[in-house]
Design a binder for this molecule. Sequence first.
Ligand code: ADP
Length: 489
Amino acid sequence: MHSSNDQTASSRPLANLIDGEWVSSGELFQNINPSDLSDKIGDYALADADQAHQAIAAANRAFPAWASTTPQQRADILDAAGTTILARKEELGRLLAREEGKTLPEAIGEVVRAGQIFKFFAGEALRIAGEKLASVRPDVEIEIRREPVGVIGLITPWNFPIAIPAWKIAPALAYGNCVILKPAELVPGCAWELARILVDAGLPPGVFSLLMGHGRVLGEVLTSSPGVHAISFTGSVATGRRVAAKAVETGKKIQLEMGGKNPLVVLDDADLKIAVEAAANGAFFSTGQRCTASSRLIVTEGIHDRFVAALVERMKGLTVDHALKPGTAIGPVVSQEQLDQDLRYLRIGQEEGARLVTGGERLSRETEGYFLSPALFTETTASMRINREEIFGPVASVIRAKDYDEALALANDTEFGLAAGICTTSLKLASHFKRHAQAGMVMVNLPTAGVDYHVPFGGRKASSYGPREQGRHAVEFYTTIKTAYQFSG
Ligand code: ADP
């Protein structure tokens, strides 16, 4: 076992952070670029269950002192981390594009968002507020205070390798919690850089630990250990449900962000250009690998054929290539496993009778990578598996609706409820849709994906469980309420 305090990006392998020490175990795993399988980004140390227990013990030791720091101390550390992330946006963006496969501009945008999130929660650390009320009894006063929850386990997916860890870590630390981050296996690079940035920003040992490796080993320890007091998870529905069931056994607070099957409704009166842009962006940018992606395009009769023709045209103009290449609009699919899943659903759609009007082809490029052309199905029905199950790739389907009422019913005919969009020039129907779409986030004349960093994010139904993430509402999950009574008669 190797342990040191001066781990740098140039030394290999990159280690886990446990109790303020960089620790590498015997086993390593490789981080590979999905745009170019010959590009090995680095070797990373696989944390094991014992190390997970060590990180949990260290976090519990660090918690009392960290919970008693002043808001200014926490604000300064978060602000410093945000400043570093923003200053290094190009370099971190390149790393993100290399390990996850979204295009460089998208990756830099994600890094900027992560920096802004740290800055936002630096401010929030200073604004932790409570309430003071008179008691129903004489000479008694009541205070309602917010206190940190304790040690929080964060389990994150591969599709936003820096923004999702950031939007969980920043509020957790701002409100005085200790954190253990378990990033997805495919994207340890951004998580490791984030860990180093937090150490350099001055976080005391144990307050933040990084455990890279397998969910079924590390995730299981985090979700079952009584030393972890809350779990915030983003990932698949199946894993989320498992995490929740385990976490409840030890009474943890739980927050889950899972899948989506987000509808974008396009009405006859829509501005065609806006609708096509919203659909192309929402369905295919970031290779369709966003839980907010518009995978169901619900289009009314009068505009259907014009919309499909214009969207197909737009899709043909989207260059699929290496994520770092200038001019690339869509990078590769993240992994062989995800590519297999996308191809499987493309087959399923055709077997179900949907018409594949464009795309869905495996593409070869200068470098060997998981390139897939964006695919569009038409003549689909709500009951088809391609309209019910999350594919998580550059695949969308068009469902024909006779009018707004049917479109709204179709939009809500899903077990998911993360985001929903509508393209219309009718103020009345836009307002009606905002009110009646069964989703946590509703967009009018905008893609379903692409959200601001300072407002709540989250969904309903099978998409989410527990309080919202981001913005001021993050306080609900990352603090616990204390009601204090005082007699002063
Ligand atoms: P994705 O399709 O995004 O990989 P997963 O739900 O499989 O979705 O993974 C999301 C996160 O959950 C990853 O960090 C993964 O390692 C972790 N994970 C996987 N299995 C488990 C488990 N049994 N318990 C806890 N976390 C897990």
